[in-house]
Design a protein around this ligand. Sequence first.
Ligand code: XIL
Length: 368
Amino acid sequence: MKINRRDFTSQLGALALARRFWTQPAFADVSSPLQRLAADKGLIFGSCLALKYFAQSPFYQQLFLEQCDVATPEIHMKWSALSSQPGVYNFETADSLVTFCLAHRIKVRGHTLVWHDAVPTSVLAALSPATGQAFMTEHIRKVAGHFAGQLYSWDVVNEVLDPGSQRADGLRDTPWLQNCGVDYIETAFRCAAAADPMAMLVWNENYLELSNGFGRPKRSAMLTLLDKMLAGGVPIQGIGIEAHLQAEQAGVLGDESYEAFLAELAGRGMKIFITELDVQDFTLPADPQARDQAVAGLYRKFLTATLRQPAVKGILTWGLADCFSWIAGYRPRQDGLPVRPLPFDAECKPKAAYYAVAESFESAPMRT
Ligand code: XIL
């Protein structure tokens, strides 16, 4: 990549500013990085990652390397990040992320091959029942083939269930469903397995953790479809539970029906991962300490229930430090205060949520 002098000077300026404002973080004092506490129990721990964060904070890279042994590219492997025209791909940034992670022995979770979001408009415009299947399978072959042998897992499909679509099978009404037919999920898994036989193939899904009128139908739709796919020999090895928790939903999290659902997945031979954990603090008090305690309480409640299930093999938060959380854009607070959804604060210092995650790992049963 060429960089002109003006860009270079402004980047230097940004770095100088960052150095002035970022105080030395306290995470060096944290004797127990989360990845180590997780590994003690046979678990992996990590976070999503976008490379720009390392340029924006001089401490974030150190924090990331210290805490994580697995990473999910937050943006770089999504269809629209890899391609803007059908068939034309640029893997440069995604390759840099993979190279960086593998050089530091960090596993990479590929994210994601088939999603209703982040599809280039040029591809959407060209989709039809006549072209849909070829678009989807060629994308999977191209992308999964490109990274073959390097990735720990692939989120083959993402967020494919939605009770809001009001279908008996629970599937989300998406361009893929409309243009590839109801079997597109199984086709995607078969195609991914052929393109990268080494990666664990995962179905990543949101809101499964909610024991309410939204989460429960998603769970039963997943189990029904899973049974059909497994009976047909579809190569699926894992389930990703995103777990973007909301503070106001504490009452419908981590109950017996959730644990029973995890047991159903385990009984079907699935490995389970919490893939995008964070806590939206939209409704919590302004006071940072009170807020941090409430956020930590949710981490503790959710992880305690989750980690009782031995088929749960890994936990990933969606970011490590509050300054790099998507929640700032997705669900900002009405009072305009910075959001505090993650285990580390904006200066990369551990918060109550860090200790909640650490204690949950310490009290988790050992995986075999
Ligand atoms: C989010 C990223 O964090 C944002 O930066 C981006 O603008 C939109 O996507 N579920 C997923 C993730 O599976 O890929 C999403 O990531 C968050 C919700």
